[in-house]
Design a protein. Sequence first.
Length: 137
Amino acid sequence: MNDVASLTGATVTESELGRLVNRFYVRVRQDEMLGPVFNPAVSDWPEHLEKLTYFWSSIMLTSGKYHGNPMAAHYKHLAEITPAMFDRWLKLWGETAAEVVPQAAPALQAKAARIAESLKLALFFRLPPAQRPATAA
Protein backbone atom coordinates (compact mmCIF):
# COMPACT_ATOMS: atom_id res chain seq x y z
CA MET A 1 0.00 0.00 0.00
CA ASN A 2 1.30 3.47 -0.88
CA ASP A 3 1.44 6.20 1.75
CA VAL A 4 2.57 8.88 -0.68
CA ALA A 5 1.67 9.40 -4.30
CA SER A 6 4.05 11.07 -6.71
CA LEU A 7 2.12 13.40 -8.96
CA THR A 8 4.32 14.97 -11.59
CA GLY A 9 6.95 15.67 -8.95
CA ALA A 10 4.42 16.61 -6.26
CA THR A 11 3.37 14.37 -3.41
CA VAL A 12 0.30 13.91 -1.27
CA THR A 13 -0.12 11.76 1.84
CA GLU A 14 -3.16 10.05 3.25
CA SER A 15 -3.07 12.45 6.18
CA GLU A 16 -3.18 15.40 3.78
CA LEU A 17 -6.06 13.82 1.90
CA GLY A 18 -7.94 13.49 5.19
CA ARG A 19 -7.38 17.17 5.98
CA LEU A 20 -8.48 18.11 2.47
CA VAL A 21 -11.67 16.04 2.65
CA ASN A 22 -12.56 17.39 6.10
CA ARG A 23 -12.01 21.03 5.19
CA PHE A 24 -13.75 20.64 1.84
CA TYR A 25 -16.91 19.14 3.33
CA VAL A 26 -17.13 21.90 5.94
CA ARG A 27 -17.46 24.22 2.94
CA VAL A 28 -19.90 21.94 1.14
CA ARG A 29 -22.17 21.77 4.18
CA GLN A 30 -22.22 25.59 4.40
CA ASP A 31 -22.64 26.18 0.66
CA GLU A 32 -25.99 27.63 -0.47
CA MET A 33 -26.24 25.29 -3.46
CA LEU A 34 -24.64 22.08 -2.15
CA GLY A 35 -25.50 22.17 1.54
CA PRO A 36 -29.25 21.59 1.05
CA VAL A 37 -28.43 18.36 -0.85
CA PHE A 38 -25.59 17.01 1.28
CA ASN A 39 -26.86 17.89 4.76
CA PRO A 40 -30.05 15.80 4.66
CA ALA A 41 -28.38 13.03 2.60
CA VAL A 42 -25.57 12.32 5.09
CA SER A 43 -26.69 11.02 8.46
CA ASP A 44 -23.24 10.21 9.90
CA TRP A 45 -20.66 12.81 8.88
CA PRO A 46 -17.64 11.22 10.60
CA GLU A 47 -18.33 7.93 8.80
CA HIS A 48 -18.93 9.73 5.50
CA LEU A 49 -15.70 11.71 5.79
CA GLU A 50 -13.73 8.56 6.53
CA LYS A 51 -15.30 6.85 3.50
CA LEU A 52 -14.42 9.80 1.27
CA THR A 53 -10.87 9.90 2.60
CA TYR A 54 -10.62 6.21 1.68
CA PHE A 55 -12.06 7.05 -1.76
CA TRP A 56 -9.40 9.69 -2.42
CA SER A 57 -6.71 7.45 -0.95
CA SER A 58 -7.73 4.76 -3.42
CA ILE A 59 -7.73 7.25 -6.30
CA MET A 60 -4.50 9.09 -5.51
CA LEU A 61 -2.48 6.49 -3.59
CA THR A 62 -3.95 3.29 -5.06
CA SER A 63 -4.47 2.12 -1.47
CA GLY A 64 -7.55 0.01 -2.24
CA LYS A 65 -9.23 1.23 0.95
CA TYR A 66 -12.47 2.35 -0.68
CA HIS A 67 -15.10 -0.31 -1.26
CA GLY A 68 -18.16 1.64 -2.33
CA ASN A 69 -20.15 2.56 -5.41
CA PRO A 70 -20.09 6.32 -6.11
CA MET A 71 -22.63 5.99 -8.93
CA ALA A 72 -25.20 4.29 -6.71
CA ALA A 73 -24.57 6.79 -3.91
CA HIS A 74 -25.32 9.71 -6.24
CA TYR A 75 -28.14 8.04 -8.13
CA LYS A 76 -30.33 7.67 -5.05
CA HIS A 77 -30.29 11.49 -4.75
CA LEU A 78 -30.85 12.19 -8.44
CA ALA A 79 -34.03 14.21 -7.83
CA GLU A 80 -32.02 16.76 -5.82
CA ILE A 81 -28.90 16.91 -8.01
CA THR A 82 -28.41 19.21 -11.01
CA PRO A 83 -25.51 19.30 -13.48
CA ALA A 84 -24.59 22.80 -12.22
CA MET A 85 -23.91 21.36 -8.79
CA PHE A 86 -20.94 19.44 -10.20
CA ASP A 87 -19.39 22.72 -11.36
CA ARG A 88 -19.89 24.25 -7.93
CA TRP A 89 -18.45 21.13 -6.26
CA LEU A 90 -15.38 21.29 -8.53
CA LYS A 91 -14.85 24.99 -7.80
CA LEU A 92 -14.91 24.41 -4.03
CA TRP A 93 -12.72 21.31 -4.39
CA GLY A 94 -10.13 23.20 -6.43
CA GLU A 95 -10.01 26.10 -3.99
CA THR A 96 -9.70 23.82 -0.99
CA ALA A 97 -7.07 21.60 -2.60
CA ALA A 98 -5.01 24.68 -3.50
CA GLU A 99 -5.07 25.74 0.17
CA VAL A 100 -4.51 22.37 1.82
CA VAL A 101 -2.21 20.55 -0.62
CA PRO A 102 -1.01 23.11 -3.19
CA GLN A 103 1.69 20.76 -4.49
CA ALA A 104 -0.95 18.18 -5.46
CA ALA A 105 -3.88 20.48 -6.26
CA PRO A 106 -3.58 20.24 -10.08
CA ALA A 107 -3.58 16.43 -10.01
CA LEU A 108 -6.45 16.32 -7.50
CA GLN A 109 -8.46 18.77 -9.60
CA ALA A 110 -7.82 16.79 -12.79
CA LYS A 111 -8.96 13.53 -11.16
CA ALA A 112 -12.02 15.24 -9.67
CA ALA A 113 -12.97 16.73 -13.06
CA ARG A 114 -12.83 13.30 -14.73
CA ILE A 115 -14.89 11.73 -11.96
CA ALA A 116 -17.46 14.55 -12.10
CA GLU A 117 -17.77 14.22 -15.87
CA SER A 118 -18.32 10.46 -15.58
CA LEU A 119 -20.97 10.92 -12.90
CA LYS A 120 -22.76 13.65 -14.88
CA LEU A 121 -22.85 11.50 -18.00
CA ALA A 122 -24.15 8.51 -16.07
CA LEU A 123 -26.79 10.52 -14.21
CA PHE A 124 -28.06 12.91 -16.89
CA PHE A 125 -27.14 11.77 -20.40
CA ARG A 126 -29.68 9.55 -22.11
CA LEU A 127 -29.58 8.47 -25.71
CA PRO A 128 -32.93 8.33 -27.49
CA PRO A 129 -34.29 4.82 -27.98
CA ALA A 130 -32.81 3.05 -30.96
CA GLN A 131 -35.02 3.14 -34.01
CA ARG A 132 -35.38 -0.04 -35.96
CA PRO A 133 -35.17 0.39 -39.70
CA ALA A 134 -38.39 -0.31 -41.54
CA THR A 135 -38.33 -3.72 -43.11
CA ALA A 136 -39.58 -4.31 -46.61
CA ALA A 137 -42.42 -6.78 -46.86
